[in-house]
Ligand binder design. Structure first.
Ligand code: PBG
Length: 332
C-alpha cells in the first residue's frame, strides 16, 4: 500500500503519534527477543585452568568442564534455554582423533552440563577443525580436504556426541552430504531422537577470525574457500539449504548473521523451517572493540543487532552476548 491507494497522507497521517510514549511504542512493537530465542556458545577447553579470557572476544572465556557447568546453570537461571558447545581438545592430530573419542572434552562435558542444567538444550558443534593439527574442517588428502573421507569422521563425531547426551548436533564443516551421512549414522546407532541443526548456508567469512583464536583452529595452510561459500552468492545458499533439508536437517542456520540478513529472510520464507542465524565472533568483536574506545554502547548495539536478525526472519540467534541480553531489561 502506498499513499494514493487509500492510505492517508500527511497531515492526516502522522506516524509519530504511535511513537509518543514508551507504552505506545511497546504496544506497536513488531519484534521481540526473549531469552529463549537466544543460543549461547561455550568454548570448553580440555587443557587448562578454569577460565581463560579470549583477548579478541572481550567477555568470553575458554572454560574448563567445571566452569562450563557453572556457566550453564547461570545461563539457565537467566532464561537461556540452549547452549552451543565447542570443544578444544588436549591433543590435535591429522584426523582429529579426539573428536569422536569417548574420553573427549565434549563427551565428558555433556553429562556435567546435564547435571548442572538438566533441561537445557545441549547442541554440539560437529566439525574437525578444532581437533585437527592442520586446522581444516576435514581429512586432508593430496593437500586438499577430502569430502567423502571426512563424512565418516563427522558421522562418528555426531554419534559420539549423541551417545554422550547431546540433544542436537550442529555440523559446521560444509562438506557435501554430511547431513545425510550424520542422519543415517544417528539412526543406525539408535539415536533417531537426536536432531540436526545444520549450518546450511555458511559463508567463507573473514568475521570468524576471533573464533579461530578462541579454538586455536586457524588453518595451517590455505583457507576454507574450497568448502565454505563465496559471500558473493545468494542462490547458491538456497541450493545448499535445499540439499540439507532433503537430507533431513531439522533446523537451519545461516552464518554469519548481519552480513547475510537477505539470506536469513529468503531461507525462512522459502523453507518454512525453524531458522537460526549465527552472529559470529567478528560481529561480536567489532561491537566490543568500538565500545572499548567509547564509540558506542555495547549492550545497546548487541540488542539492536539481535532485533535486526529476528526482524529478518530468524527464530533463533546464536550470540556470545546471549547471557548479557537475557539479563537486559533496558529496552524501553
Ligand atoms: C567450525 C566453526 C567455526 C565457527 C563455528 N564453527 C569456524 C570456522 O568455520 O572457521 C565460527 C564461529 C564464530 O566465528 O563465532 N568450523
Amino acid at each position: 500500500m502506498t499513499p494514493g491507494d487509500g492510505m492517508a497522507r500527511f497531515p492526516r497521517a502522522r506516524p509519530r503519534r504511535l511513537r509518543r510514549t514508551a507504552a505506545l511504542r511497546e504496544l506497536v512493537r513488531e519484534t521481540r527477543v526473549e531469552p529463549s530465542d537466544l543460543v549461547y556458545p561455550l568454548f570448553i577447553d580440555d587443557r587448562g585452568p578454569a577460565r581463560v579470557p579470549v583477548p579478541s572476544l572481550p567477555g568470553v572465556d575458554r572454560l574448563s568442564i567445571e566452569a562450563a557447568a557453572e556457566e550453564a546453570a547461570g545461563a539457565w537461571r537467566d532464561g537461556i534455554r540452549a547452549l552451543l558447545l565447542f570443544g578444544i581438545p588436549d591433543t590435535k592430530d591429522a584426523r582429529g582423533a579426539r573428536a569422536d573419542h569417548p574420553g573427549g572434552v565434549i563427551q565428558r562435558a555433556l553429562p556435567a552440563l546435564r547435571e548442572a542444567a538438566p533441561d537445557m538444550v545441549l547442541i554440539t558443534d560437529v566439525c574437525l577443525c578444532e581437533y585437527t593439527d592442520h586446522g581444516h574442517c576435514g581429512i586432508i588428502r593430496d593437500g586438499e580436504v577430502d569430502n567423502d573421507a571426512t563424512l565418516e569422521r563427522l558421522a562418528a563425531q555426531a554419534v559420539s556426541h549423541a551417545c554422550a547426551g547431546a540433544d542436537l548436533v550442529a555440523p559446521s564443516d560444509m562438506m557435501d552430504g554430511r547431513v545425510g551421512a550424520i542422519r543415517e549414522a544417528l539412526d543406525e546407532a539408535g539415536r533417531a531422537d537426536v536432531g540436526i541443526l545444520s549450518y546450511a548456508a555458511k559463508y567463507a567469512s573473514t568475521f570468524y577470525g576471533p573464533f579461530r583464536d578462541a579454538a586455536d583452529s586457524a588453518p595451517a595452510f590455505g583457507d576454507r574457500r574450497s568448502y565454505q561459500m563465496d559471500p558473493r552468492n545468494a542462490e547458491e545458499a538456497l541450493r545448499e539449504v535445499a540439499l540439507d533439508v532433503g537430507e533431513g536437517a531439522d533446523l537451519l542456520m545461516v552464518k554469519p548473521a548481519l552480513p547475510c540478513l537477505d539470506i536469513v529472510r529468503r531461507v525462512k520464507e522459502r523453507f518454512e523451517r525453524p531458522t537460526a542465524a549465527y552472529m559470529v565472533s567478528g560481529e561480536y568483536a567489532m561491537i566490543e572493540a568500538a565500545a572499548e574506545r567509547g564509540w558506542l554502547d555495547a549492550l545497546a548495539a548487541h540488542r539492536e543487532a539481535v532485533h535486526s536478525i529476528r526482524r529478518a526472519g530468524a527464530d533463533l540467534v546464536v550470540t556470545y552476548a546471549a547471557r548479557r541480553l537475557a539479563r537486559d531489561r533496558g529496552d524501553a
